[in-house]
Ligand binder design. Structure first.
Ligand SMILES: Cc1cc2nc3c(=O)[nH]c(=O)nc-3n(C[C@H](O)[C@H](O)[C@H](O)COP(=O)(O)O)c2cc1C
Length: 212
């Protein structure tokens, strides 16, 4: 059992990283061997539309663009579980998250059958972190993010589950920033009372998706 764990936040020790590391521990508790990546350490772009993955004679399910991503895509497609965390930037997961998805999903999509060329089964856990309160996540974001989740289920054949950590603490000391729209008192309360539950839920997510 192998789990690939990815932090798609540029910040290596903040909310997303903490949660995804907790999911990693959960996967390990279920017996998975894990490998962790900070996505922003890799140099890569979104899909360059070279179409090499569709070229006759070339293997499908392989990205041919020569940057840091193909080795990671190969590891993901050989794993049983993918755990990936991303902050929400302007209502969407980060640009790097999206770039990874473009490359991963396009190389498994068959233009012969309009379905997946991937014969394996990859369970996927998505962890989103955001400033927005839970109501905004449930009323607006949840529906939007289902689009990515649907593509992941359709093309990677496994189970996809998601978890949101809302109203996150964005900086250690709000008094040092122009952030008057946010109440530090409220943010700290959520961080002290709700974030520990989010960490536990992330642990459970990693464990459950690695057991299936
Ligand atoms: C460029 C940028 C855009 C953001 N846009 C949103 C947004 O649209 N909605 C939201 O809820 N939070 C937004 N945030 C806040 C982050 O999603 C939130 O602080 C997140 O928990 C950061 O994750 P990290 O602590 O792992 O870096 C934004 C933050 C940045 C830096």
């Amino acid at each position: 059992m192998k789990a690939i764990v990815i932090n798609a936040s540029p910040r290596k020790n903040w909310n997303t990283a903490e949660l995804i590391k907790s999911a990693k521990k959960g996967a390990e508790s279920a017996g998975a061997e894990t490998e962790y990546f900070d996505l922003y350490d890799l140099s890569f772009r979104g899909c360059m539309s070279c179409l090499a993955c569709k070229r006759k004679g070339n293997e499908p399910c392989r990205c041919y663009w020569n940057d840091d991503l193909p080795p990671l895509i190969e590891k993901i497609l050989n794993a049983n579980t993918l755990l990936i965390g991303s902050p929400i930037y302007f209502g969407e997961p980060t640009a790097q998250f999206r770039a990874l998805l473009e490359r991963l999903l396009f190389c498994v999509l068959s233009y012969d059958t309009r379905s997946s060329a991937f014969k394996g089964k990859l369970n996927i856990g998505l962890i989103y972190t955001m400033n927005a309160p839970r109501e905004t996540y449930e009323n607006i974001y949840l529906e939007k993010f289902k689009f990515h989740e649907h593509s992941l289920v359709r093309l990677l054949n496994g189970e996809v589950r998601s978890l949101a950590s809302c109203d996150t603490l964005q900086v250690p000391d709000y008094s040092k920033y122009n952030m008057a729209a946010f109440s530090e008192e409220h943010k700290r309360k959520v961080h002290d009372e709700v974030f520990p539950q989010d960490l536990q839920n992330a642990y459970k997510l990693g464990a459950e998706l690695s057991r299936i």
